[in-house]
Ligand binder design. Structure first.
Ligand code: ADP
Length: 321
């Protein structure tokens, strides 16, 4: 059974804002899945559809084996909404006990369960302090703790590390790794590439309401790299010419003691190596290079923008985060 399986999800807000334009997406059980996209891409809209907060215009798919929109399934899902607000006058412990009550945890178990979760997210020492005095990272940790109250099989986290400092982000990553170890599927939204790269098993890149790429980071970044040839001496214009002839049509990037030839076939770089050696150049290394997730993301966004869909620009929020 897949954790999430979606086909052709569409959402048109108020009959005019086309926020989702046919999203296909699969999340496997026990994996950390990252949905990456610029602000306004439609990430929160998708999560809200999964949580039945808003209704899709069109949707085929399942969550934990049940059709999207099935309310009883929510009991098996944890949710951290974007920009959540807890009452500032409540203490961390009180917030969790409140969520325990809402999640149907028996009265006698609420204190124990809340204490366990505070421990898990490293907030035990702050449990008797008011939320109003917490940092953003602390509030997010309480938010993650409440999302786990119902012991969910699937956790949906909308921008869990947004506005959190580097130390807090690292702690949140450790919590996510722990959730995965416990066998839960984690689905997170983020516009922070580095976060996604560090924690996710698989990734989808969403741009203007469509998932343009999906797979493991390895899958997404392979096949678009090249080979780097490093030399001990500086490369001259003459060497560049030799490489250009050997590399043919392939795109080539020159640096003073390095050249990168874009190809996935090591056979293609042999002529360049031979030609350089024939010129007396000493090579210090030859290594494959992969495109980074950031490069891939930028290429995906730019390629989509260059299609210049009319009305696409107005369908985007300001950069408010
Ligand atoms: P993301 O989470 O990727 O930043 P959202 O899902 O919040 O993106 O938004 C996707 C698009 O839908 C944006 O253009 C946004 O302005 C629009 N949108 C979101 N919520 C509403 C709403 N309630 N009514 C109308 N448009 C909305």
């Amino acid at each position: 059974m897949t954790a999430i399986q979606l086909t052709g999800v569409e959402k048109i807000y108020k009959g005019r804002v086309h926020a989702l334009r046919g999203v296909d997406l699969t999340v496997h059980p026990g994996e950390v899945f990252g949905l990456l996209g610029p602000n306004g891409a439609g990430k929160s809209t998708l999560v809200k559809i999964l949580m039945t907060v808003i209704r899709p215009t069109k949707c085929r798919g399942s969550v934990l084996g049940k059709p999207v929109g099935d309310r009883p399934t929510l009991a098996r899902i944890g949710y951290l909404p974007e920009h959540h607000r807890f009452p500032p006058y409540l203490k961390g412990r009180q917030v969790l006990e409140f969520f325990a009550a809402m999640s149907g945890v028996a009265r006698k178990d609420r204190q124990r369960r809340s204490a366990e979760l505070l421990e898990l997210v490293g907030m035990s020492d702050w449990s008797e302090k008011k939320i109003g005095g917490y940092s953003k990272g602390m509030r997010q940790r309480i938010g993650i703790a409440q999302s786990l109250m119902n012991n969910p099989d699937l956790v949906l986290l909308d921008e869990p590390t947004d506005g959190v400092d580097p130390v807090g982000r690292r702690e949140i990553r450790q919590i996510l790794a722990h959730l995965k170890e416990e066998g839960r599927a984690v689905f997170l939204n983020s516009h922070l590439l580095s976060e996604i790269e560090m924690v996710c098993d698989r990734v989808a890149i969403m741009v203007q309401g469509k998932v343009l790429r999906q797979g493991t980071i390895g899958e997404l970044t392979q096949g678009v790299g090249g080979y780097s040839i490093s030399t001990t001496t500086e490369l001259t214009a003459e060497h560049h010419e030799v490489i250009r002839t050997a590399a043919g049509e392939r795109e080539t990037v020159y640096e003073s003691t390095r050249v990168v030839i874009q190809t996935n076939d090591p056979g293609h770089i042999q002529t360049a190596i031979d030609a350089l050696r024939a010129k007396g150049v000493v090579l210090s290394s030859v290594a494959p290079v992969r495109v980074s997730l950031e490069d891939l993301f930028m290429q995906t966004v730019e390629a989509d923008e260059s299609h210049g869909r009319p009305g696409a620009a107005q369908n985007r929020k300001g950069d408010r985060r």
